[in-house]
Write a protein that binds this ligand. Structure first.
Ligand SMILES: Nc1ncnc2c1ncn2[C@@H]1O[C@H](COP(=O)(O)OP(=O)(O)OP(=O)(O)O)[C@@H](O)[C@H]1O
Length: 233
């Protein structure tokens, strides 16, 4: 059984029909990558899963339970974390305070904290610094760290490599591969090189519809298909 199933999801934003027909099966474990051109509907798909937009009709099933219509907080409590494109961190709070706020009970599980600082050593170095003073890559690390400060089964991450230097992207790839040993990652990504280096499964959204879904290996081997769906050359 898939961990997450989107079944013919359609989402309107105000008067605009943005998602027309999004169906996806995300298996448990590993990294699933959602690709597609700008404005295709990838962010709207993540927001619809989190209940930030209300899909109708269509269903979102997570671990066998229908999430459709639940409040975002209830969806999060079931074990889904969301790292939005703007990262959702608090610039005037320290790294420590940003992480504490993401815990369920206002205190760290020391084993998890150790794991986070091992994955992202920069966060330990800048522990007492305000988040605004971090580099772009460090901010992105903090935003991902907030998502894993409690155990989660599914983590939705929107464009984690946007604007990052190649060395940071490589560090992200390693961290995501490690995180995907304990949680399923659903990534929206524009950087196809990064996506293919970590993705096990993938789908392409175009104009609010899933137009392709396969293993990443199959998609990566099909240049004409990449060119047609993503405009890569
Ligand atoms: N709040 C909104 N009001 C109206 N239209 C919106 C809103 N948010 C998104 N849209 C429109 O919905 C479509 C899909 O947007 P979405 O952000 O989901 O695309 P995306 O695939 O994530 O693209 P990008 O890579 O540019 O972020 C776009 O045409 C966008 O203009």
């Amino acid at each position: 059984m898939s961990l997450l199933t989107l079944d013919h999801m359609k989402t309107d934003i105000g008067q605009y029909a943005v998602l027309h027909d999004v169906s996806l099966e995300v298996p448990e474990g590993g990294v699933f990558v959602l690709l597609g051109r700008n404005g295709a509907g990838k962010t709207t798909t993540l927001r619809s899963i989190m209940g930030l937009w209300k899909p109708s009709p269509g269903t979102v099933r997570f671990d066998g339970t229908d999430l459709t219509g639940l409040h975002t907080a209830d969806i999060a409590r079931r074990g889904i974390a969301y790292v939005p494109e703007n990262m959702g961190i608090f610039g005037n709070l320290t790294v420590e305070e940003n992480l504490i706020l993401a815990t369920d009970k206002g205190r760290f599980d020391q084993t998890r904290l150790k794991r986070i600082t091992t994955l992202f050593p920069a966060l330990e170095r800048f522990w007492t610094k305000q988040a605004w003073s971090l580099s772009g890559g460090q901010k992105q690390m903090l935003s991902v760290a907030r998502a894993i400060v409690e155990p989660r089964r599914l983590i939705l991450i929107d464009e984690p490599t946007k604007g990052l230097a190649p060395a940071i992207v490589a560090a992200m790839a390693e961290a995501f591969t490690e995180i995907s040993r304990e949680a399923t990652l659903l990534l929206v990504e524009q950087n196809f090189h990064f996506a293919r280096s970590i993705g096990r499964d993938m789908a392409v959204i175009d104009d609010g519809r899933v137009v392709h879904s396969s293993s990443m290996a199959d998609f990566a081997a099909d240049k004409p298909l990449q060119d047609r769906l993503l405009g890569l050359s």
